[in-house]
Ligand binder design. Sequence first.
Ligand code: NAD
Length: 339
Amino acid sequence: MRVAVFSTKPYDRRFLTKANRSVGHELVFFEPRLTAETCRLAEGFPAVCAFVNDELDAGVLLFLSKHGTKLIALRSAGFNNVDLRAAEQLELTVTRVPAYSPEAVAEHTLALILALGRKLHKAYNRVREGNFALEGLLGFDLHRQTVGIVGTGKIGTCVARILRGFGCQILAYDVVKNPEVENLGALYVALDELFARSDIITLHCPLVPETWHLINEEAIARMKRGVMLINTSRGALIDTQAAIRGLKTGRIGAMGLDVYEEEADLFYEDLSDQVIQDDVFARMLTFPNVIITAHQAFFTQGAMEAIARETLANITAFEKGETPPGLITTAALRPVAKA
Ligand code: NAD
């Protein structure tokens, strides 16, 4: 099948080309993000392959549908960037890669927690400059900390499993309880209670209208003073301006982000010779107790291989008239009770 692959970086090309050797689709790689301005590139392509910061709003989907596209194959787990209702109305099939490696994202979450907890970002710079003093590097034991996990799906469950090994007490919040997480010894509590009791809060729920700015001024005010906040899910779960105020007052003691609500114009590009125009993001970079990575939690060898393989499997299934394993419908917008 002819596939227009958007937001292509050299690594996407490498992994997709290798995985495609056994399935033989015609992959055409485009570097730009998919937006209203760039969607013309996809004219006449029956399939479009998109990533996390591609914009699949109603206007773009209408254009694609009018110009021959039948399949949107996301090479991500999250699908908040797709207007699923518009896709359904236009009879566009949308697929994603739901579980390419929850471990990759969970392990990155732990990397942020441990780096912040032991101030590794500061220690790394100090030692390189010949400063071997410890003042200012005092950390805390992760053992016995109370960690609140918001969203206990595939990634949240993996995080719970790892944290159990560290001897943490785990509080959980989800719209549906996951027995696997309860079996790990986690206690489901109301969101307010999770905010009030957690030393560390980590977000693993999807970005949907109900979770937009879940972490806002009021939520932060309910948290323990000095709480560590981690977000490897989607940027807009956090009201960044409110987080900045929380960091300035010390209510938030540390913050680890792999995602940012306005990341689309920043992440995945080398802007090191440019002035950052986003003042909110620039302010975030000034805090000594904030670590930001540029949406890389998924970026491991194993995960990239799985993303490429499963994205192509979705395309192959669609082409054969079968139900793609990663099919998403508007039903995904409603929480489903877990067995
Ligand atoms: P999942 O669907 O397995 O789990 C999501 C969980 O969130 C479910 O248990 C669901 O019931 C719960 N949920 C839904 N609405 C909620 C709400 N209002 N409040 C609390 N919980 C709610 O998804 P997953 O595979 O664990 O992925 C979680 C998120 O991680 C994805 O939505 C995606 O945005 C993000 N992600 C980020 C990266 C990265 O590289 N940083 C990679 C993959 C996924």
